[in-house]
Design a protein around this ligand. Sequence first.
Ligand code: CP
Length: 352
Amino acid sequence: MKTTGFKGRDFLAETDYTREEIETILEVAQELKRQRAMGIPHDDLLRSKTLFMIFYNQSLRTRNSFEAGMTQLGGHAHYLDPSKIYTPALEGREVAYSTERVSDVARVLDRMGDAIAIRCYGDPVDWEYGGAHNLLLEFARWADIPVLNMEDDIYHPFQGLADLLTVKEKFGGFKGIKFTMSWAYSPSVHKPRAVPQSAILYATMLGCDVTLAHPKGMELDPAILAQCEAYAKEANSSFRITNSFEEGVRGAHVVYAKAWCPVIMFKEPVGKDDPKGAQEVFDQYKDWKTTREIMEMADKNAIYLHCLPADRGYEVTNEVLDKTSGPGWVSAAFDEAENRLHVQKAVMSLVM
Ligand code: CP
């Protein structure tokens, strides 16, 4: 286990960390989870430290798991609503006395606290793909304290860690695990690609046999797909893409099915910035719903994952999401949500 070399580092993308480092984070998360279950306090790990959290978008799990995590580690998480401060903005997007340049916000918070966590995707950057990730990179350029990605328009690296920890707990490891990341239908097209992209990056990095299933038009970032190919090659495992939901799910140990927006949702050069067209693309695929019949095509001991919030009745039936115990396949979505807490505590303990 490699425990050195973490202190002071940003956590912006899983690709910035090696497989060995990700394995260490999972081991630390498991240890912190064990200690919490046993009632063993670990509030000396980040005593008196402050995490600033800037949320450009809504959140239940991310906000509360970071806040609870900082409390359990002995520190404090401070919530910042960008509409109630001078909204941090990049050069060229500033409005006098309404925004404040990211370089200035980053340097001010750097003088007062111990890490800055940010969530930003979609509307705040007008669906310019990569615009939100650039905002986070700019924070990281100016802040000497770690900058943590609480979901941008490319990566949701803490969600991906929680997904991994859930798979590790259920199956004991990753080798030979058939991991399917699938698109699912939702009435809302306003869903970033970060969750599926982080999920397939981590799953290929750790050596799962990964299938990405989605209808035509819902393709993910080609650079992410290329990285998945490279990880799968390195791990001597497989990575494939299918446009059939049933084919993707058949025999899978992990069925992770959620909606993400189509390519045309983004501004050029990625898409046409066409939310109405995006809705039309979406509505052709209402049958991409995880039902009991779909789960019965998977491995008999499969788990269903969803990062939550789930659009019940659209992405997944109540019957699937609520079947949290055996026999047979189970929904592990609530274990996955809990694991956000433990993986984030692990990363914060290591980098802060
Ligand atoms: N999965 C996830 O990031 O949930 P929230 O949007 O509630 O933070």
